[in-house]
Write a protein that binds this ligand. Structure first.
Ligand SMILES: Nc1nc2c(ncn2[C@@H]2O[C@H](COP(=O)(O)OP(=O)(O)OP(=O)(O)O)[C@@H](O)[C@H]2O)c(=O)[nH]1
Ligand SMILES: [Mg+2]
Ligand SMILES: [Zn+2]
Length: 329
């Protein structure tokens, strides 16, 4: 059947039907939680979300399944909320402002929040599945854009790594990102990792199959979260973790495990954000002759001069150009 474009009028009708359905759903939730049946307002912390339902941790540590009032934006692990108890569930009535949010693009390239109020993102990489600098750089852009500290975690240190991986990590270390070498299997480096996580709200991000959940289990055995083997044919992860979830350390600090990704588009970024994502370029970019220098082949480009002088890595320039090209020039 030939594809047919929907007209504006049809789109409006679909939209209004969708709104009616939403209103009805809201009324149903409201009826189930009519205000006099609700307990007093209390604070809570979102641990995990499943669409419009969330796990919320009450002040006393109890986990309560909560619904979200229809007027609220969707919430994510790490969000702080006000909620009220109903019979056997709860209803979230308000959300506090976030001090940071880590986003990643959905399948349409639109940014989608993954976790809120995080202090630091740990980008987990491993000898397998193969690590890509370009993907790391995209995470770094997202972290720098939200003033979230970024660290790199080289997991599966028990597997011999290709020299390229070591060289790549040495570059990031030289740029100023801490690199931790660990193995969830042998326990190597875990005390240092624990130290880096203490008293902070952290998130593990990275490709599917690098061992984020395995690390969570090694650090917090009671977490007991699912781990999945790599596909033998493609040596890629199988997207075992499907939603971000927050765990507490007994001695202080929280850790959010997040679902792995295969691709990370940048369509939603603007050029300033990309510029800021390459932290070692900053000092040079300000010194280019032209204020709108694109650092391709312009005369007086301080970044190209720095490249010539061996002061910045060609791999990073390459990655920068690739991302800019995806943004359209
Ligand atoms: N050799 C070795 N294998 C590991 C290590 N850590 C994890 N693995 C294995 O890597 C595979 C993937 O582990 P997961 O913890 O599920 O990976 P993940 O990053 O959480 O993956 P997603 O949830 O899909 O994003 C499993 O087969 C683990 O046993 C390690 O330190 N060494
Ligand atoms: Mg996982
Ligand atoms: Zn320039």
């Amino acid at each position: 059947m030939a594809k047919r474009k929907i007209t504006k009028q049809q789109r409006r009708r679909i939209e209004s039907q969708r709104q009616e359905r939403k209103d009805r759903a809201h009324d149903a939730v409201a009826a189930a939680h009519s205000d006099d049946a609700l307990g007093p307002e209390q604070t809570g912390l979102v641990i995990e979300h499943f669409g419009r339902q969330l796990s919320v941790e009450a002040g006393n540590g109890e986990i309560v399944r909560c619904h979200l009032r229809a007027n609220l934006e969707s919430l994510i692990a790490g969000d702080r909320v006000i909620w009220q108890r109903s019979t056997d569930t709860g209803v979230i009535v308000a959300a506090e402002a976030r001090h940071s949010v880590l986003t990643r693009p959905d399948s349409n390239g639109q940014p989608r929040p993954v976790a809120a109020n995080i202090d630091q993102a740990l980008i987990v990489i491993a000898p397998e599945p193969q690590a890509f600098a370009n993907l790391i750089d995209r995470y770094l852009i997202a972290a720098e854009a939200h003033d979230i500290r970024a660290l790199l975690v080289h997991n599966k240190a028990d597997i011999t790594a290709h020299p390229d991986l070591d060289a790549m990590l040495a570059r990031y270390q030289a740029i100023g990102y801490p690199v931790l070498r660990v193995s969830s299997k042998t326990g190597e480096g875990l005390p240092e990792l624990t130290g880096a996580l203490r008293d902070k709200i952290s998130i593990f991000v990275g490709q599917s199959g690098v061992g984020k959940s395995s690390l969570v289990n090694s650090l917090l055995p009671e977490a007991n979260t699912a781990v999945g083997a790599l596909s033998e044919a493609t040596v890629k992860g199988r997207h075992t973790t499907t939603t971000a979830k927050l765990y507490h350390f007994p001695d202080g600090g929280d850790l959010i495990d997040s679902p792995g990704i295969r691709e990370f588009g940048v369509q939603n970024l603007n050029r300033d954000e990309v510029d800021r994502g390459f932290r070692e370029f900053q000092a040079y970019m300000d010194r280019c002759r032209f204020r709108d220098c694109r650092h391709q082949s312009e005369p007086g480009c301080a970044l190209l001069a720095a490249l010539e002088a061996g002061e910045i890595y060609p791999e990073r320039i390459h990655s920068y150009r690739q991302i800019m090209a995806e943004l359209g020039g």
